[in-house]
Design a protein around this ligand. Sequence first.
Ligand SMILES: *Cc1c(COP(=O)(O)O)cnc(C)c1O
Length: 377
Amino acid sequence: MNIERPAIPSFQPPVRTLLGPGPSDVPPRVLAALARPTVGHLDPTFIAMMDEVKTLLRYAFQTRNELTFPVSGPGSLGMETCFVNLVNPGDKVIVCVNGVFGQRMVENVRRLGGTAVIVEDAWGEPVDPAKVEAAFAANPDTQLFAFVHAETSTGALSDAATLAAIARRHGALTIMDCVTSLGGVPVLLDEWGIDAAYSGSQKCLSCTPGLSPVSFSEQAVARIRARQTPCPSWFQDLGLVLGYWSGAKRTYHHTAPVNPLYGLHESLVILAEEGLEAAWRRHRENHLRLRAGLEALGLHFVVREDARLPQLNSVWVPPGIDEAAARSRLLNEFGVEIGAGLGALAGKVWRVGLMGHSSRPANVVLCVAALQAVIRG
Ligand SMILES: *Cc1c(COP(=O)(O)O)cnc(C)c1O
């Protein structure tokens, strides 16, 4: 069988401004890092860089957890790594669902033979701590508690400190999705007492997609060590992965994505140079600028003010506007990508992301002006 000459002999992507739910704009420094020569994944220089990635991730997560590293895969694989290692068949897990990503946690628990006790809140609402308290009271035999810190499907931020404290009081370990929160709003694993957390490279860290930083507390590691049944995933079995990511002698587990890890290193260096608190402040300030612009266009936010994510702004699509056509015009005429609604909010909202490198005043001005042109015809 022969193949015709490829229609795309070398892919030249258009330059876009990425103002959706991720990926965010990747800064030139990170793109340059990705293009450097590939070395072996056991090369001593590479191992030294891996160690620094772990140190930089501990800073980003604000944790001393030894077991902190990037999983070779997207945020969804980081999520599975947490669940597949911590959930044993028969375990009871309280899972908060207030959007798409909480539902995925429920699916993980069920596929692993656990029982999911669902605490439900409306899409656009943060998780209600009183409901979590009630779920623990009704299910005192619960081993694990899971929630999404920043629900990217709606733009709602939940109170992680309060939620994790409830779980700890009831003797359960906490799993937190901080894919969209890390680098954009405070994520304080140690202060809050989070036992397992997973994030993603392509949201507020502004690296390319495909890597998922994770971190596990000592209690989580003890629980994993005490498993009676082997971890059902060979690839994600932390006991095996760690032979490569830690210890004096590193051994082959899988071929690490060498160049993507250069990119993650560079993006974490950029975050450290700016400083976490300055990054949180920048996300907040640009959110306020965007909010002023969107409200001047007559748009209304989905999430109430005190639970709004600065990096993910959901607004109702105004009546009479074809939301998909409007997004196409933004992309084709202005090179701006924003997100559509998911699940219960499909067709009803736009999701404007100001994540990481995308969170800049010039992007706010561009987005508001482009939306104005599209809405007013
Ligand atoms: C994007 C996202 C994920 C999934 O990450 P992928 O890299 O797309 O697999 C999980 N949780 C939340 C809250 C997200 O925003």
